[in-house]
Design a protein around this ligand. Sequence first.
Ligand code: TMP
Length: 212
Amino acid sequence: MNKKLGKFITIEGAEGVGKTTNMAFIKKWLDEKEIKHILTREPGGTPIAESIRDLLLVPRNEIVDESTELLLMFAARAQHLAEVIIPSLNRGEWVLCDRFTDATYAYQGGGRGISSEKISTLEHLVQGDLRPDLTLLLDIPVTQGLERALGRSKPDRFEQEKIEFFERVRGSYLSRASDFPQQYRVIDASNTLSEVQLELGVALEEFLHEVK
Ligand code: TMP
């Protein structure tokens, strides 16, 4: 893989943490700094990957095998990396991505119980040594997040999971954040929006300072 020039920022968190609103805030921050960037998401970000997203999120009667789910996540990711993320980084643009492989460790690893070793094997196969430069983890108590998420739309296949599933997802995110302190900034998303955005702003300024 070529040496990337742009920076790769991901935003993570369980359901209802406010990713969409805060992506818009980060986009505004990047615009103000005149940093060329793209916004994208996973699973998705290209036509093929968006089709895989539909396959993954639609509630269905057939039980989705956990390995099928894992491989579809990485299939979408491979396409997204090849078509969007790597070309953008190589052009020197920053990539702001709503979820990436840390979500796989949290949902397929923590949530479904797939081992980190299996996930890590696919991570190396699909990404080589490409990892996010900064992961902003929006953290919120599970019940508070689910209340928000389920209040706004019909639940997708993941949102239909039990509360214990999301407790494991949250636990995995927090344990990865403590394992990779260089990559992660944990933001308390149970605070008011202005407090959350204040914290995000500080994290982004610190990151910019580090990479300049
Ligand atoms: P969202 O983008 O609307 O949050 O929905 C995407 C869903 O897909 C969310 O429930 C988390 C899940 N997901 C995984 O289970 N594994 C992954 O690797 C990714 C990127 C998302």
